[in-house]
Design a protein around this ligand. Structure first.
Ligand SMILES: Nc1ncnc2c1ncn2[C@@H]1O[C@H](COP(=O)(O)OP(=O)(O)OP(=O)(O)O)[C@@H](O)[C@H]1O
Ligand SMILES: [Mg+2]
Length: 350
């Protein structure tokens, strides 16, 4: 039984806007699934349809095998945390967290016990009598999480819950949310446009673009085996190199770049002479001194990042590549001649 299942779900607004375009999505029981994509790609709309805040124009949504298209939001047992889902400022933390239980007519002493347990879970025990403004931003977001969890929902829906927090707190809350999710074992749909967040937190990443799902899979799979230029570049640090296939067999290909050859891997059937695009992540490019038979290039620019250096490398044909190298020594200088070595494993033909 899946926690959530979307089959051929579409959402139109008016005649012209297709916010979500015929998507299929499965959230396995207990898993953490992230919807990742640029602004406007349909992440929030998808989450709002699961929540019952929007009705699909077509398709079916099931929660625990039950079709819920026509079930109103208050009859779906879901925990929701939105970016701006503010706490009630004039209610105590106890009243905020207990809100959903009171609404469900749970007895007051039972509410007290469950609120205390939820506050323990988010590591804020004993703050029942305080007011939201007496807590920090990160603490308030933890209270919002406690409020979502206290009703013991079937699914937890999180829409960019960390985006209002500063960078350090974000990282901390990332770990916190992931730990709580694992401990409670609750199926979670998390929305973000931050690729680092998606890769760090998820069991399954769903990359969306213009209302469609571009690719879905485990974080490493979508990062290392992107199926499209969009996925490769959205997940960060992608280089694209175009060349002609010289030979191809058994998943391996030699790609000619002028007088030089790049060894690549592919899942496609390729013809000699065909023009192809090879994707290489910046951190997979090693820069060596010249004279070792690698791909020659020149350092065009250097960003010193402390533990890392980010190099712009120009190849002989003018192609610009990005290389990220960990720094044990001083960085290479602009104008220096280098050779690029890339493991064929990490040169993937799109
Ligand atoms: N109520 C609405 N009426 C009309 N258009 C809408 C409505 N809600 C969303 N849209 C449009 O649907 C598309 C998807 O919006 P959605 O909010 O789902 O994007 P998103 O991926 O969450 O983006 P962001 O990262 O900016 O939050 C956008 O083009 C948006 O303008
Ligand atoms: Mg959104």
């Amino acid at each position: 039984m899946h926690a959530v299942e979307l089959s051929q779900v579409t959402k139109r607004f008016g005649h012209n806007i297709i916010a979500v375009d015929n998507i299929d999505l499965v959230v396995a029981a207990g898993s953490f699934v992230t919807l990742l994509g640029p602004s406007g790609c349909g992440k929030t709309t998808t989450l709002r349809m699961i929540a019952g805040l929007e009705t699909p124009s077509a398709g079916e949504i099931r929660i625990k095998d039950q079709r819920i298209n026509d079930v109103p939001i208050h009859k779906r047992n879901l925990g929701i945390v939105f970016q701006n889902y503010a706490l009630f400022p004039h209610k105590t933390i106890a009243a905020n967290v207990g809100f959903g239980l009171k609404y469900r007519n749970v007895a007051p002493d039972e509410i007290g016990r469950r609120v205390a347990r939820a506050l323990d879970m988010v590591r804020l025990p004993g703050v029942e009598e305080r007011y939201p403004t007496q807590l920090s931003g990160g603490q308030q977001q933890r209270i919002a999480l406690a409020r979502a969890l206290v009703i013991e929902p079937d699914v937890l829906l999180l829409d960019e819950p960390l985006s209002a927090l500063d960078a350090n707190l974000r990282e901390e809350m990332r770990v916190e949310i992931k730990n709580i999710q694992r401990r409670v074992g609750i199926a979670t749909v998390f929305v973000t446009h931050d690729q680092g967040e998606a890769l760090a937190m998820s069991d399954h990443v769903v990359v969306m673009n213009k209302g469609r799902i571009e690719q879905a899979g485990a974080p490493r799979e979508v990062y290392e085996h992107p199926h499209s230029a969009f996925v490769a570049s959205f997940l960060g640090n992608a280089n694209f190199i175009t060349g002609q296939v010289r030979s191809a067999a058994d998943g391996h290909a030699q790609v000619a770049l002028g007088a030089h050859v790049l060894n690549a891997t592919t899942e496609r059937r390729l013809q000699a002479g065909e023009s192809v695009t090879v994707v290489v992540r910046a951190e997979k490019i090693d820069l060596l001194p010249p004279g070792q038979g690698g791909l020659p290039g020149t350092v065009a620019d250097v960003d010193y990042l402390g533990a890392l250096a980010r190099y712009q490398i120009t190849l002989e044909d003018g192609t610009r590549l990005l290389s990220l190298a960990s720094l044990k020594d001083k960085p290479l200088a602009v104008g220096q001649l280098v050779e690029l070595r890339i493991d064929p494993q990490h040169c993937r033909i799109l």
